[in-house]
Write a protein that binds this ligand. Structure first.
Ligand SMILES: C[S@@+](CC[C@H](N)C(=O)[O-])C[C@H]1O[C@@H](n2cnc3c(N)ncnc32)[C@H](O)[C@@H]1O
Length: 331
């Protein structure tokens, strides 16, 4: 979850002012908003009448907000119901692409929609599909082998009790189909003597959401596709919400903004060209007043890079996170 659960229970696009201030020097062109949600970022960019926005979202439930923006901004705004890993399907007609932005995670509307079952406070059948998915959390909990379940909870949730929880799930599912309440109960029983600041189910639910939505491979493929699409001088900006995402985004910008030896076996070989220029080496964080207004924004981090080179080999990037994509491929 990202921009959105807050004391006033309404939608606040996270780090909006910070994002706008870094992309506004490039105004006068097309921006791709890869995570449309309720359209907070898209709308703000379109308020400048020199800009066009192409927006994507995997969730069809955003279509009401899409219609509002279409009515207001007409042909300066286009929307595609696509996953952002499918960015390579987007055709930019006017050669005016200036930037690609991401605000990862879930919107307030998605979390409060109990049909989606993204929260451990929901009731009924496990789901967690954001849109354009191949399987649900119910499919995983009902069918995945015990050792793989445990691996998913450990790797994507850093869950200390991953093995015990996986074992209990396999035992219980022989008796009945495990729904959201059952899963929360299984975890509560195992952790009953533990005192933690977060809800007992937070980590397992995070792990399941990552797997159901293939969040890691989505992000890695989308970053590489963004690089290939954006012209030199264009910007890629990403707001992350959890530490796994931030590790991936940080590596992508930091590693490829340094000149490196093309081969470790030939130390005297020519240094590779930098792929990005980083203006801010560190992540941009929400201000205290934003965190007061919208407490979950405290986990958000904004990183961005300006593309400096057309040729970049992302093999190392993919290899670096292969341990994570391998776990996603278990299902
Ligand atoms: C945090 S919300 C974005 C909020 C948005 N910035 C705003 O101001 O309203 C994230 C959105 O990204 C979408 N999303 C998440 N992963 C996606 C993916 N792989 N491809 C396309 N959309 C995705 C979600 O469906 C959700 O609507």
């Amino acid at each position: 979850m990202n921009a959105t659960i807050n004391l006033e229970k309404k939608h606040f696009p996270v780090l909006l002012n910070e994002l706008i201030s870094i992309i506004s020097p490039l105004y006068g062109g097309t921006f791709i908003d890869c995570t449309f949600g309720q359209g907070g970022y898209s709308e703000k960019i379109l308020e400048n009448n020199k800009n066009n926005v192409i927006a994507l979202d995997r969730d069809k439930d955003v279509l009401t907000s899409v219609s509002k923006l279409k009515a207001k901004f007409k042909n300066r705004f286009q929307f595609y119901n696509l996953k952002f890993s499918q960015l390579d399907k987007i055709k930019i007609k006017d050669n005016k692409l200036k930037g690609i932005i991401f605000d990862l995670g879930y919107s307030f509307n998605q979390i409060k929609n109990s049909q989606k079952g993204l929260s451990f406070t929901d009731r009924g059948k496990l789901n967690m599909k954001m849109g354009i998915n191949d399987f649900s959390a119910n499919d995983i909990i009902s069918n995945m082998e015990e050792k793989n379940l445990s691996k998913v909870f450990k790797v994507f949730g850093d869950e200390r009790y991953s093995k015990k929880i996986a074992k209990e799930i396999v035992k219980k599912r022989n008796e009945k189909n495990i729904n959201t309440e059952d899963l929360v109960q299984i975890i509560d029983n195992i952790k009953k003597y533990q005192k933690t600041k977060i809800h007992n189910s937070t980590k397992v639910f995070q792990a399941l959401r990552i797997l159901v939505n293939k969040e890691i491979s989505e992000l890695i493929n989308a970053l590489v596709n963004s690089f290939n699409l954006v012209p030199i001088g264009g910007i890629i900006a990403v707001v992350t919400f959890h530490s796994i995402e931030d590790k991936i985004v940080k590596f992508f910008f930091k590693h490829y903004s340094e000149q490196r030896n093309a081969s470790r076996y030939l130390p005297e070989a020519k240094l590779s060209e930098k792929c990005f220029n980083l203006i801010n080496k560190k992540a941009i964080l929400p201000s205290n007043s934003e965190i007061r207004q919208n407490p979950p924004s405290r986990s958000a981090k904004l990183r961005y890079g300006i593309k400096t080179n057309n040729k970049c080999d992302f093999t190392e990037f993919r290899e670096k996170f292969k341990n994570l994509t391998d776990v996603e491929a278990l299902r």
